[in-house]
Structure formats: C-alpha cells, structure tokens
Design a protein around this ligand. Structure first.
Ligand code: 8NA
Ligand code: MG
Ligand code: MG
Length: 345
C-alpha cells in the first residue's frame, strides 16, 4: 500500500543509521565480493550471533547533532549546530572522523570563536574541504524544511560549518534535495527524479564559487551535473558492472565521488538485481549494493539509506537490521519529532 509520510521520515533516518553501521565493516576496502556482503548481512540477520551490536560512526554522530539542533532551535542556528558538533566530537572522538575535519571540530569548541564558519574556511590551505562529511549528515534538513529552496539553503549552510569548498557543500545540497524529493514520493518516477536533480544542480553550479572551485580542482564545469548525467546513462543500461560504476562515478571520500554514487545505488536497486537474494526488498538491495562498491561504504550506504528509506518507509528496514545497529531507536525518535515540526509549518 501507499507509504505514509511519517513512515518515510522514520525510514530516512533509520536506514541512514543502518547503512552507516552495516557499511562500517567494509570502509576503505578496495574489492568487496558480493558473497562477502551477503555473508555479512546474514550475520546481521542472525540474532543469535555473538558479536554484539554494530556501532555507528561519524556519519550518524553528526546527523544526530543536526537533527537535535534543528529541533531544539526550531530551525537552523549555526552557533548551536557548531557547538553541538564540537561537543559530540569531544565526548566521542573515536567515531572515525575524517582526518582534516578534526581540526575544525577542535576550533569550534572554543567559546571565543565568533564566526563559526571561519575554521572550515581555513582548511586545506584556504581551499576548504571537498569531503563528503557535509552530505553524510544532511538528511535531517530535508525533514525539517518543506520547500526545496529551504532545503537547498540550509543544507548548504549546515555543510559550510565544516566544508567551505563548493564541491563539499554542493554535495550536501544534492543529497539534501534527493532526500527531499524522495520523501515526496518522487522516486516512483525515476527518470523525472534524476531530471529534477539535474535541473536543480544546474542552477546551483552556475554560481561563481562553484565555477571557481571546479576550475581550481581541474574539474569539468558543472561537476555534479556531469556525474548526474552519467547516473542517468547508467540506469538506462540493461546491465552495468560494479567496475564501471566505480570508474564512472567513484566510491571515495570526496563528495563528488560518493553522493552521485549513492543516488545511483538507490535508482539501480528499485528493481531486483542479479546476485541479490530474491527475498530482498528494494531497501535491502540498496544497502547491499552500496557495500559491494567498496571504498567509503559506511557513508555511501548511509546516504543511499536515507534516500531509499524516505522512499520505502520504515517498514522496509528489516527488524533484525534495526536490532543490530546502535542508535536506531534514537534516530527513530528524532524522525518522529522532526515530523511533528514539519507538520506544524
Ligand atoms: P575531511 O574534511 O577531513 O575530508 C576527508 C578527506 O578528504 C581529508 O582528510 C582529505 O584527505 C581529503 N580532502 C578533503 N578536502 C581536500 C582538499 N581541499 N584538498 C586535499 N584533500 C582534501 O572529513 P569529512 O568529514 O569530509 O570526511 C568524511 C569521510 O571521512 C567519511 O567517509 C567518514 O566516514 C570518514 N572516514 C572515511 C574513511 C574511509 O576510508 N573511507 C575512513 C575514516 C573516516
Ligand atoms: Mg563514517
Ligand atoms: Mg565514511
């Protein structure tokens, strides 16, 4: 039957956490045979297994900060969100943060800091980070704001607290818009979904900062649009290998090499795929497929999970997966509270 909006909200945050926790197993691995992925997933499903709960990483830790700040401040408050990131990092520094962002999180802890965007601007010799750390935590923005314009604006600002390079914050904008559209049921028309993302990103990437950063990094103009066109070509093909996906879209820690990839994973897994168990629904296929790409698996599965969870709803996330992952209950609670905030607007 039709998926309720509340179910979509809960699905988005819960599947993001599940993707992070389950994906952590293969983070940084170059070659992940599908057999190993399926073995890992049947281990997760086996509730009698003894290896305890899978822990979440920086992706979920920061996503919780975003959700919590949006809820307590009833909107975007950069000071509060920055402090929340800094506090979370100081309490649990061992969650697998990127090696650059740690410097920002330390500076954000200083009570003397007046411009909370300044530490991010000082990263990488003033060029700013292009990592996927802004995108991995962005989902709550799509649950807090109703219009695409607001999702675009606040996804960008939220990412700029750590990522001042346009490749970094525009990756967050793209991921935020993908969750936003998915919550509205837009994935029932996949071609239209990807076309809407392309036209949104054409506007975003016309900006001077985007043009300048693309040039400085020796990238083609409109780097996200270029990748989204590749996503479109790949989903139109009858068969596509993991190697082709990795070489066309990437699987790395740069936002450009992971956000379009996560979107591809969701679109590719809307239908049953060879090699994946028939009993799997679309959400399970999406997470499994994300892990099989290797590379930044926790983050790609987290982002693909957020988009897919918003499409399929909470009922599509297997109970056994939810039970095996740290932070699921908290994510579900945050999603329910964000739903109330959203409904009140
Ligand atoms: P970040 O801002 O530290 O960026 C991540 C990395 O990207 C940096 O450490 C650099 O190596 C590189 N980088 C980013 N911008 C530039 C630049 N302008 N010039 C040169 N190099 C640059 O942290 P983040 O929050 O963006 O990172 C997110 C990712 O790191 C997530 O995947 C998260 O899970 C984590 N992580 C990933 C791995 C992995 O092996 N894939 C391992 C540990 C942690
Ligand atoms: Mg991580
Ligand atoms: Mg990661």
């Amino acid at each position: 039957g039709p998926v309720s909006t509340l179910s979509r909200f809960r699905g988005a945050l819960v599947a993001a956490v599940v993707g992070d926790c389950i994906g952590g197993e293969f983070e940084g691995a170059e070659d992940v045979p599908l057999d190993r992925v399926l073995q890992h997933l049947s281990g997760v499903e086996d509730e009698s297994r003894g290896d305890g709960i899978l822990q979440y990483s920086d992706d979920t830790a920061m996503m919780r900060c975003v959700a919590d700040s949006l809820l307590t401040r009833v909107g975007f408050d950069e000071q509060d969100m920055a402090r929340s990131f800094a506090k979370e990092y100081s309490l649990a520094p061992g969650r697998g943060y990127g090696s650059g962002v740690i410097q920002v999180l330390r500076k954000l802890a200083s009570p003397q800091l007046s411009d909370v965007f300044q530490p991010a601007r000082a990263q990488f010799g003033g060029r700013g980070s292009f990592g996927n750390g802004g995108a991995m935590r962005v989902a709550p923005f799509a649950l807090a704001f109703r219009s695409a314009a607001e999702v675009r604006k606040y996804s960008r600002l939220g990412a700029m607290l750590t990522h001042s390079c346009s490749l970094g914050y525009n990756g967050a904008v793209l991921q935020g818009l993908a969750v936003h559209l998915s919550l509205q049921g837009a994935l029932s028309l996949p071609q239209e979904f990807i076309n809407r993302l392309i036209s949104e990103m054409e506007v975003v990437e016309k900006e001077d900062s985007a043009q300048r950063d693309a040039k400085a990094l020796n990238l083609a103009e409109f780097p996200y649009c270029t990748r989204l066109h590749r996503v479109k070509e790949l989903i139109e093909r009858s068969s596509v290998s993991v190697e082709e996906v990795i070489s066309e879209l990437g699987n790395g820690i740069a936002a450009l090499q992971s956000v379009p990839t996560a979107i591809f994973c969701v679109l590719h897994c809307l239908e049953p795929r060879e090699g994946l168990p028939e009993r799997y629904g679309g959400l399970e296929r999406t997470i499994a497929y994300s892990l099989a790409l290797g590379g930044d698996t926790d983050t790609i599965a987290c982002m693909a999970g957020a988009i897919a969870g918003a499409h399929y709803g909470i009922e599509a996330v297997p109970r056994s997966w939810q039970m095996s992952c740290e932070g699921v209950e908290e994510a579900d609670h945050l999603a329910k509270r964000l739903y109330k905030l959203y409904q009140s607007q």
